[in-house]
Structure formats: structure tokens, C-alpha cells
Design a protein around this ligand. Sequence first.
Ligand SMILES: *Cc1c(COP(=O)(O)O)cnc(C)c1O
Length: 466
Amino acid sequence: MATMSRSELAASLSRLPKVDQVLAEPSLAESGWRRLVCKRLVTDALAELRARVREGERVEIPDAVGLAARVRSELDGWARPRPRPVLNATGVLLHTNLGRAPLSAAARQAMVDAAGTCDLEVVLHDGSRGSRFTAIGPLLRAVMQVEDAHVVNNNAAALLLACTVLGPPGGVVLSVGQMVEIGDGFRVATMAAAGGCRVVSVGSTNRTHPRDYEAALLGEAPGFEGMKASAILWAHQSNFAQSGFVREVGLPKLAELARAHGVPLIADLGSGSLGPGLPEREPTIVEYVEQGADLVLCSGDKLMGGPQAGIIAGRRELVHRCRRHPMARALRPDKTALAALYATFAAHAREGRPALPLHQRVAAELGSLRTRAEALASALGWSVDEVVVPSTATIGGGSLPGDTMPSVALRVVGGKASRTARCLRLGEPAVMGRIEDDAVLLDLRTVDPADDAQLLAALRALGELG
Ligand SMILES: *Cc1c(COP(=O)(O)O)cnc(C)c1O
């Protein structure tokens, strides 16, 4: 790039329109968007242009009309709700960046119904003040088979609250092998400590023994001498698995140690499976409780197939202490999340496979996925033999590493894969696939069959773009 001379630079800068001139343009002045809002965007746009000019970039300098039009189109974009829907064709069922579990129709409706005024904290019976957790309590207790349960904003909040309440004074003891980082820099040990709780790390990366925990409970853990740990924290390894010369102490043994030392055992299950309709490799919450966890912590939007939420469940007295802590107020779920969680648990309370999208997609027959893929290919006039390919889907969301399911994908041929993927993301509706062997694969296991018509429309639009 040829560098600009000082005078060229000054000339470019002087050609930038003035803020008031841009604001006076009818496209902004009569737009219906507030003047102070327009002004902010115009100022920011000018500042960005100025910076680029100063960097020596040869920038097309817009006039007042042009800049006003640009700002107007940005403003008009705000009239459309965000986040906007995306068809998940990635093959990852619980995709954190795509909002994890898709909610059931009942859960969505419950959110809409609760969105107005609702009986969140009122007892309609006598008009007295109620608690937002009263209605969902019996449902949680019965489905999870626990004495009591409390709901917070997400599982990170559950971990934070449980450790802040039960950790002091001696802290929680946690195996180094369970100091997991889940995604976006979220680390179990960091969250456990975020409320001031000391985390006594014991063992080594690959091996931790009962005697390591015992030492911490006696105040003799190396580096943490003199303070007896006040609780044991067990954390699900979530998104990774270890093999080889490995040892972690199981929950039953930890429960024994906890009893012997009179401290609670907190199990961060991460996902929390409720059973039917999911791969059986992952123990259910009920099984974890039976293994002796005093408190279990789990996410609402992973294997539960519900909204973002965190659940603290187990012994009545411990749950009660968490619920009474001042921090609980700062972590409480809103009415729409509670409504969706209630509908989700009502589905889990029924016999058989729960009527939830996650569970239905896990259970989808390969044959039906193939039929859908063939129908799409035919409708597009694509060669079935060429574009309907076997695929592998996963559950994702930090649950069950390596647990894959056979699936079927549409292979979008022609054009550069990265460009095709971008067109699909920016299309209407937006579609996210994955790139494999320089082609975009659209995995049908993660797409709601009811959205196939929309997927077809997106692919047709792609064809028209060429
Ligand atoms: C996913 C996960 C969390 C965090 O759960 P969020 O609901 O995303 O806050 C915490 N601990 C473990 C072990 C997890 O897998």
C-alpha cells in the first residue's frame, strides 16, 4: 500500500463531514431514532474513519448523505430482534455458541405466558406474598429424588454459591485431575474460589488418592497445612477424558471420607442427566445422589434439555443454607427461565423418553435422517449419491466427551467451502454447518425436522447467489 503524504492525510481528514451536517440529513433527522442515539453512531463512525485515515489506509470518504445512510441502516437493523434464530446443522446437539438446548414447544409457550405479569411471587389462593421457587420445588424434588432443590442462573452460579456458603472456613478440597476448564476460559476451581472460598488442590494431574483428600481434611495437605478443609468438591471432567495411568477417587469413597470427617460432599455434575432418552454411559443425577453426594450441581441447558439455569439439589439443610445466603438473590433466575424449567421438568416427570427436542434428536433413527436428506437433495435437484453422506454427531455442551452418534449430512458441493459457509450463515434463515474436507456438511441430526423447509429455502437461495 502506498503511504499517504502528510498533506494527503490532512486533505482526507478535512473531507470528513461534520457531525451536525450528518445529523441534519432527513434519513436520520426524520428516522424516528433518537437524536442522541444517532449522534453517538455518527460520532463513532467518524472516529473510526479518522483512525483508519491516520493509519495510512486509503479510505473512501463518504459525504454527509452517504454517512447518514450508513448509520440509518445500522439503526434500522435494531428493529429486528437479536439474538436471531440459526438452524443448527453443525452436528453438535448442545452447541454453547448456538444457545445449547433447544427448548420444547411447551417450554417456549411457558416463557411467553410468564413474560407478562404472572404469579411469580404471589399465592393466588389467599393473595399473600409467595416465593418464586414454591411451584417448581415439588417437581424438582420428585424428578431428582432429593430432599430439596434451589434454582440459580446457571451452573457456574450454583458452583459459586455452594462453595461460598459451604467452603468456609477451611475451603473445599478438589483433585487436581478435576480442575477442568470448560470453555471460554471457565474453570471449575476459579469459579469455586470466586466468592472467597479457599480451594485446596490435592493429588496430581493423572492420579489422586483417598489419602490426598484425607490429608486435606486433617489440615495436612502440602501447601495448605493448618486448615482442615470444610467440604469436598468433586467435579465432572465434562469435556475431556483421561486414560492410561489414571486414578480419581469415586463418589462412594469420597462420601465415606466426608461422613468420617463431618463435612459435606458437593458434586458438580456439569450436565446432569435425568435418564431416559440419553446414552447410558453417563450416570443419572439420581445415581450420583445414591452414590452419596450431599449436594449435586447441574446445568439446566445441557443434558436436561431446558433453559439456562443452575440447580443445587440434595440435603435439605445444605440447600436451605444456599438459598438463605445473600448472594442467592444476586444469582436468582428470572420468571421466564423458571417457567421454561418448570415445563422441562414436567416433561421429565412423564413415563418414557421426555418430549424434549434434545432427547428426540438423540433418538432419531438413521433411516429417517437419510430420508430427510434425500428429500432435500431431490428438491434441490442435487445428486443423492453425491451429496447425502454419512456423518457423526455429538452431544457436546461439555457433556460426555467422545460420545458420538451416527448421522447423515448433506454435502454442499461447488464453490469454496469457507465462502459457502459464510453465505449460509448470513442467509435467511441463518444456517450453521461444519466444514470437512473442503466442503460444507449440514448434519441433519441437529436440525429440527420441522425446519427442513427453511433449510431448503436457505439452500435454494444459496443456489441463486451462484
Ligand atoms: C458446563 C459446566 C459448568 C458450567 O455450567 P453453566 O450452566 O454453563 O454455567 C460447570 N461445571 C461443569 C463440570 C460443567 O460441565
